[in-house]
Design a protein around this ligand. Structure first.
Ligand code: IMP
Length: 438
């Protein structure tokens, strides 16, 4: 022990990469338990900007072993590209470990993602087009290809054949696309076997052994609570479980071993892709948050939809994840706003809700009820303690904490790793956790 989780509390892009990296120096393993290259982290270290999609942010911290867990879907082309880019910038990627049970995103998954979205028309999800949904569909449908299959050519061929029998029928008959060749896909996937061989291990044993030795394992969930296929705004969600329980399943670490579940929450709300968003701003304030917050998707370059902070969402996220701490990011973006609104309730066709409504219909009809907080105009980017924050900014943070029912343990006041106010330790006291003499 200890095992620590990082979970996005909203619709993603809360700054999880920064929070992970903040802890990165103190942890031994950083695991990505779910998702694939639909994620996008921007990490700024000493003014240098790194964009990560598939690789856990821990890859940037020397001394950390980054792990791609069994719950991830791996696009091998994207993986090899990302590794090459980092190597070219002098980052050591040799420590990366990948679960033999992780699934592969094959080229036909990407094709199916795009044609399905087109087929859905007005009902499209606004996916990242990276083949994530179709790869998870094959996993659950027991037609998936796993990383370990790449080391057994005859098994791989059989599995590709099994998958393509169904995919080709869909592609040709329903979507009017060309048939995909079994040999072509098999050869393409086999081409990655040598690159993967030194990285592929039984990651569940690796991580549990590390916990037994008293090392620190950080699970860095991809996407976020409201994109969770069970707990999010279904069907406008991703196809995995980015909530805390999914991190256990996706890494093979049991819930009784987890010490901290840290929710990452932005001081306002953003969303990419389609779906309901009660506090969305389609006016100059939305543009303000988008511009000042630099709210453009790392992965697809799409501008993010922006809105005010929604306290109902965060209370719900705290509940379904069992947050022990929150990290509040991008507080500096709100500087200069005279009065800062916080959504404290929804008006659903005349009925006031203080908690997330039960049904999708109600959430679609939800109109935000705001409480107004006084704003601040001072530059807060150099503040390093809560006491240094202007009184109004401090009151805003305290109100968010009260509404979430969870303590805020760190506050982001600027883009760099150093632009952070540390309030409480995010890791349990190592003296109490490490075995004597370790
Ligand atoms: P998919 O994960 O590509 O299938 O996309 C499903 C939904 O999740 C879409 O609305 C995407 O924009 C959203 N999504 C997926 N990954 C991320 C992420 O890392 N940040 C924010 N939104 C994401």
């Amino acid at each position: 022990m200890p095992a620590v989780m990082i979970v996005g509390a909203q619709w993603g892009d809360e700054g999880k990469g920064k929070a992970t990296d903040l802890l990165g120096e103190s942890v031994d393993y950083v695991v990505k338990p779910n998702g694939g290259n639909n994620a996008g982290h921007t990490v700024v270290i000493h003014g240098e900007k790194f964009e990560l999609k598939l690789l856990p942010a821990g890859i940037l911290s020397p001394g950390v072993t980054p792990v791609i867990g069994n719950g991830v879907v791996v696009d091998l082309e994207a993986l090899s590209e990302e590794i090459e880019v980092l190597k070219a910038r002098g980052v050591d990627t040799a420590r990366l470990r990948i679960s033999a049970n992780a699934h592969v995103v094959a080229p036909y998954h990407r094709t199916l993602d795009k044609v399905t979205e087109r087929f859905l028309g007005k009902r499209a999800i606004g996916t990242t087009g990276r083949g994530i949904g179709p790869a998870y569909m094959d996993k659950v449908g027991r037609l998936g290809i796993r990383i370990q299959d790449l080391f057994d050519e005859s098994i791989l061929r059989q599995k590709v054949e099994g998958a393509l029998r169904q995919k080709n029928a869909l592609l040709v008959k329903l979507y009017n696309r060309r048939e995909v060749e079994i040999d072509e896909i098999t050869e393409q996937l086999l081409g990655y076997a040598e690159m993967l061989r030194p990285m592929v291990v039984d990651t569940t044993t690796l991580l549990n052994d590390a916990l037994d030795r008293g090392e620190v394992v950080l699970m860095e969930g991809g996407q976020a609570t409201f994109l969770d296929v069970d707990h999010g705004t279904y069907p406008f969600v991703t196809s995995s479980n980015p909530t805390a329980g999914g991190s256990c399943t996706g890494s093979g670490i049991g819930p009784t071993r987890v010490d901290r579940v840290i929710g990452i929450v932005k001081a306002y709300t953003t969303r990419v892709g389609a779906g309901p968003f009660p506090t969305e701003l389609e006016d100059e304030w939305g543009e303000f948050l988008q511009r000042v917050g630099g709210e453009v998707g790392v992965n697809t370059g799409r501008p993010r939809r922006c809105g005010w902070y929604d306290a109902l969402m965060i209370r719900y996220a705290a509940r379904v994840n069992g947050f022990t701490d929150l990290v509040l990011t991008k507080l500096d973006v709100l500087t200069g706003i005279e009065e800062v609104p916080i959504c404290v309730a929804y008006d659903v066709d005349g009925t006031i809700h203080h908690e997330m409504p039960m049904t999708q219909t109600e959430f679609h009809h939800a109109k935000p009820v705001y409480e107004m907080m006084p704003g601040w105009s001072e530059d807060i980017s150099t503040c390093r303690t809560v006491e240094e924050l202007p009184a109004a900014a401090r009151a805003y943070v305290e109100r968010l904490e009260e509404l979430a029912g969870c303590r805020i343990s760190a506050i982001g006041v600027g883009p760099d790793r150093a632009d952070t106010i540390a309030v409480h330790d995010l890791l349990p006291d190592p003296a109490q956790q490490r075995p004597a003499g370790a």
